[in-house]
Design a protein around this ligand. Structure first.
Ligand SMILES: Nc1ncnc2c1ncn2[C@@H]1O[C@H](COP(=O)(O)OP(=O)(O)OP(=O)(O)O)[C@@H](O)[C@H]1O
Length: 725
């Protein structure tokens, strides 16, 4: 396999003319001599034979070219030479690593991905979906031409990481899957490819870009027109415009007159003028419950209709499963995968529990007044309500959601970008591809909002669960997926111990992150000394037994009703159905209501309890039953801890002792549940009882610590990253 990946540019120091340093082992060279220096159209391609037996790769001619460029004071030529050296070295490193590897791997170390899992139903598609993780080494001519377009058309001096690799792959008509963070420069990859291909085909090549949002399309079209790039937003009205002269046409995935569009594209295809399909926000094809999913699913036909046209799929948020889905559904053929880290050093991750709306107002007024930000809400009405409330409190806020007219969306975006409004209160319809450098807040995948913290209320789980399912995902498999995804969000929000950065990276399949690198840039790492682990094993067992008993007696109870029985509440409900006669009635009364609720939620997250959805005529009700881990938990000798901020928050050296069973709790302040100071607190630092035993065990086996994300409801790992208070 050929190898090529762009990383950082080598420093000029590397360009030593000492021949002994210039010889890299390689299988062969096609660099033919001193006259063929980069920039003169020479072929720098290294051989793609992978014999594992190194030959000599002579870099002398490239270094000579570099020297010439330096003497001639020609920075462009110098850059081309440096890039060529970089590419050759990267390529060679990859070849050597591959040769040394005992098990053949198609995964480039930088790309971090693996073989795509095949789907039983679609083995054939999966087979064609095996990734090619490194493109062929580009020729100097390819590098120089791309560099020329970058400077001449886009006014940018140098490529960012991986951009050139993507562009070269498209030039060679390969499919590409680009995972780059928001603002990483994805759009430039297809925009520059579009211009290059248009020029190379003497003005006939067209790139079709699929974007989910009109506002995003308008934004990009406007920006491209100022760069004098001929661009059109493809609507039903513009479909008939012929002949097509643009370099780029933007389209939404759902085109009303799809037949007509395909007719126009087919004509171009037969005359060889269709250069590229770029599918932006490609994760929409996979994400459960996504508004655009159905429309994106239709894009699978592009490959059938236009088999020779390369497809570039781009996204900033995709877990390994989503990547598999994208490749399979778009029918990508051995795509070059570019996968950059999801770790955003410059972002802070935090989740705050929502108590009332005023907290949001306080948050903005205290630290973020007159700063641009986005507040995400789950519903359209809620956006309107909160924007109004913020405005009444003197914050320049405006709402944005899918029901606004195109003109309103455009004007809202413009006003926010122009600083007329500071805060946009929006559904997830807003934010994809928004290019605003100073924005305080950005949505991060499915799991959070940064800049502004994610503000969480457990009741939100109901909304997340109930998000309208896509027509194509109503089967039982999807409801399990949906439930798992909803619980993952809830678990993430309620987690008090694990590093949020680590959790997000793991969600996106990125292993090997050391949480020390978070540098306290998430609320959990920052508050590390303030959290105690509390042994609630006995209470947890009582709660699970209670649920088992109640569900066996054919009474369908919600979690809240169970908590009432557990806490011994004397309510109409408990009296009416005589739950107050249960032997476990009130077995959790030593706990405060908040702690009892937290306990039940954690039992749900760990698959020890389960909520079954029952659809009535208009509502979905959730009834609690025992979960898949319940029996093992009840019969085993494992312990169950929950993480709570301990009472002496002011002094992180103190750790609250774990309370014994039956000891009455004496209330709490804010999110600090329970005062644990009944016994003298000891300045034990990390040696508290919780510190010694701070793991959750089921059946004597260590499973995830409290609030640690479960794996399909069956967590069983003693991960090293677990916080030890
Ligand atoms: N090589 C580069 N050098 C300097 N600036 C660049 C480069 N590539 C892109 N940019 C700029 O970075 C900003 C973000 O780029 P772009 O919109 O392409 O990112 P993106 O990955 O598509 O973001 P999003 O995920 O939000 O759609 C833009 O202002 C763009 O002009």
């Amino acid at each position: 396999m050929a190898g090529f990946c762009m990383t950082e540019v080598l420093s000029p120091r590397t360009a030593d003319t000492n021949p002994s340093r210039n010889q890299l082992t390689s299988t062969s060279t096609q660099f033919d001599g001193p006259d063929q220096h980069p920039g003169a159209g020479s072929n720098l391609s290294a051989s793609s034979e992978s014999t594992g037996l190194p030959g000599i790769f002579n870099l002398d001619p490239i270094y000579r070219s570099l020297d010439e460029a330096k003497h001639a004071n020609n920075p462009s030529k110098e850059l081309v030479a440096l890039r060529s050296i970089e590419i050759v070295i990267q390529r060679r490193i990859y070849d050597i690593e591959n040769a040394l590897s005992t098990t053949p791997s198609s995964t480039h170390p930088e790309l971090g991905g693996g073989q795509f899992a095949s789907d039983e139903k679609d083995d054939e598609a999966a087979a064609t979906a095996l990734p090619e993780t490194c493109a062929d080494t580009p020729t100097a001519e390819e590098v120089a031409q791309s560099q020329d377009v970058l400077e001449r058309v886009f006014g940018i001096q140098s490529f960012r990481k991986d951009q050139l690799a993507v562009i070269i792959a498209v030039r060679r008509r390969k499919d590409v899957l680009v995972l780059m963070p928001t603002g990483g420069g994805k759009s430039l990859c297809y925009q520059l490819s579009a211009v290059s291909e248009h020029e190379r085909t003497n003005g006939c090549g067209l790139t079709v870009v699929v974007c989910p949002l009109i506002s995003l399309i308008d934004d990009q079209v406007e920006a491209l027109i100022t760069k004098k790039i001929n661009t059109l937003s493809l609507t039903s009205e513009t479909l008939n415009t012929s002949p097509i002269k643009e370099q780029l046409r933007y389209s939404r995935p759902a085109v009303r007159k799809r037949g007509q569009l395909y007719e126009a594209l087919r004509e171009m295809y037969s005359s060889g003028c269709l250069s590229l399909f770029a599918i932006d926000e490609a994760h929409c094809i996979s994400t459960c419950g996504h508004d655009f999913r159905d429309a994106y699913l239709e894009l699978g036909t592009l490959r059938d209709e236009f088999p020779d046209v390369p497809i570039m799929a781009l996204t900033a948020t995709a877990s390994p499963e989503t990547i598999t889905d994208i490749v399979r559904r778009l029918k990508l053929r051995q795509p070059l995968q570019i996968k950059q880290s999801f770790n955003r050093q410059n972002l802070e991750y935090s989740v705050k529990t929502k108590h009332n709306q005023d907290e949001l107002i306080g948050f903005i007024k205290e630290g973020h007044l007159n700063q641009p930000g986005i507040v995400y809400c789950l519903g359209k009405k809620k956006c309107e309500r909160i924007a109004k409330k913020l405005s009444q409190k003197g914050i320049k806020a405006i709402h944005y959601h899918g029901c606004l007219s195109r003109a309103d969306k455009k004007s809202t975006l413009k006003k926010w970008k122009g600083g007329i409004y500071d805060v946009v209160v929006a559904t997830t319809a807003f934010g994809m591809g928004i290019d605003k450098a100073d924005a305080t807040s950005r949505k991060l995948g499915e799991l959070g909002v940064t800049g502004y913290p994610r503000i969480y209320d457990f009741r939100d789980l109901k909304f997340i669960r109930d998000l309208t399912p896509s027509k194509k995902e109503t089967g039982p498999q999807h409801s399990i997926q949906r439930e798992n995804a909803a619980l993952a969000v809830a678990r993430y929000c309620e987690e008090k111990v694990r590093c949020r950065r680590l959790m997000l990276l793991q969600h996106f399949g990125e292993e090997g992150f050391n949480k020390r690198e978070c540098r306290e840039n998430c609320d959990n790492c920052a508050q590390a000394g303030l959290i105690g682990m509390r042994d609630l094993t006995n209470e947890a067992k009582d709660a699970v037994t209670l649920v088992k008993q109640l569900s066996a007696s054919l009474h369908r109870l919600t979690v809240l009703q169970c908590i009432q029985v557990f806490c011994g509440a004397n309510t109409m409900d408990t009296r009416k159905i005589e739950h107050n006669r249960s032997s476990l009635f009130g077995s959790g009364k030593s706990l405060s209501k908040k702690t009892a609720e937290l306990l039940f939620r954690q039992l749900l997250y760990h698959g020890i309890l389960f909520e079954e959805a029952v659809q009535n005529s208009s509502y979905k009700h959730y009834y609690v039953t025992k979960g898949p881990n319940a029996d093992e938990f009840l019969t085993g000798n494992g312990t169950f801890y929950i993480a709570q901020p301990h009472a002496r928050q002011v002094d992180p050296r103190w750790i609250a002792p774990v309370r014994g069973r039956g000891e009455r709790e004496r209330g709490g302040r804010g999110s600090c549940v329970g005062v644990w100071g009944a016994r003298p607190l000891r300045p034990t630092g990390l040696c508290g009882a919780a510190g010694r035993r701070g793991k959750v065990r089921v059946g004597g086996k260590r499973i995830a610590a409290t609030a640690e994300p479960a794996h399909q409801g069956h967590e069983r790992s003693g991960r090293g990253d677990q916080k030890q208070p």
